[in-house]
Design a protein around this ligand. Sequence first.
Ligand code: PLP
Length: 442
Amino acid sequence: MADKPYPASKELYHRALQTIPTASQTFSKSAMMYVEGTAPLFAERGEGCYLWDADGNRFTDYVLGLLPVVLGYQDPDVDLAIKNQLARGITFSLATALEAELAEILVEIVPCAEKVRFGKNGTDATSAAIRLARAYTGRDRVAVCGYHGWQDWYIGSTARHLGVPKAVRELTSTFTYNDANSLAEVLAGRQGEFAAVILEPMTAELPKDGFLQAVKALTHEHGALLIFDEIITGFRMSLGGAQEAFGVTPDLATFGKAMGNGMPISAVVGRAEVMDLMADIFFSGTFGGETLSLAASIATIMKLMATNAISRIQGVGDQYMTAIKAQISDHGLNEYFQVVGQNWWPSLQPKENVRFDNNFTTSLLRQELVAQGLLYLNTFNLCLAHDDEEITRQTLQSTDRALARIAGALSSNRPEDSLMGPPIEPVFQVRQNPGSANKSNG
Ligand SMILES: Cc1ncc(COP(=O)(O)O)c(C=O)c1O
């Protein structure tokens, strides 16, 4: 069913495999994400919301580098800020004023932020926050909910824990989103031993009434610190993150992804009394103050504010959600597919059903959306450049065509023949979604 052969991608894949295990630096950008032969594997360039692959095919990109690109590829204002900084130098022997400038912006817009430190990856920020909480409380255990990066303290709690010492794994417990009792049980099981509770304040599911408040109360009752991992919600759900949107202020919070429109930058922010311990723990690296990313982040946040980007992106999300729900109905697919999430991060995904395995429907959906020119994993990752009537029209025409082909495949005698290769397998699943679609991470 997929129409494009992707010869240059295939050649690059085989070449890269000779020197790079999995031929990618990121699971979620690797060949593991797509049905073999039905999707591009290598990018050549990006502009606005478009990505060109190694074969010269243009896709409307709904992956956006796994969410960093919030304005669009090659945003002129962000690129100008990078170029201006490049003319002065990149990584210096001393701190620069840019660090204070960006820290002051975050203190202004993020409710819990009194002090700030920067990192490069989201994992830098979550791991620094956990070390800080352990130092502050003098305790070792952490409770986690969601995805928090590749370091031992978190990844040891998932099925992909190969290489993580058992002693480290034993210090991390998981609890269930929207189930405060599950957290209460975890904390009560080891009274006085938890340093931190870290969670994604929201993913596909909205927090139930009182859930975040209950998590905060329980965490503090047990003498632990509350950390919101806002690496996805930050600069997308609202400028000040989910903590601003839901009115629940944590002790610490972590940001990354969208804060630099694609440049590698992350931040841990929080209460001054806790953050001041940064002077005593060790969170210190060569590139923490790298200036191109700091300049890009300042320009990104300024542009998000100046263009009202967050609500414009959410307007696009609203249109997609309404239209795609209707398309699913029109094609008689209500039993198999659904639209979930919120307007800032909508998701068209399979529904648990008795006829088809989730990996099969996930694979078929991805194969057919890519065949229609939409680069898509599990969610519509949106950017300001998507806010364009023609792009919306073309995208919704593509989703309609993909769903029509899927409906045809599912009602045929041999639906399994419609998949051009073996179904994809999730790297692992950490988020509970309504309808429990696959979410792979990293
Ligand atoms: C909520 C959340 N926290 C942490 C991370 C880790 O960020 P990074 O991959 O930049 O280290 C991610 C990455 O997907 C994430 O989604």
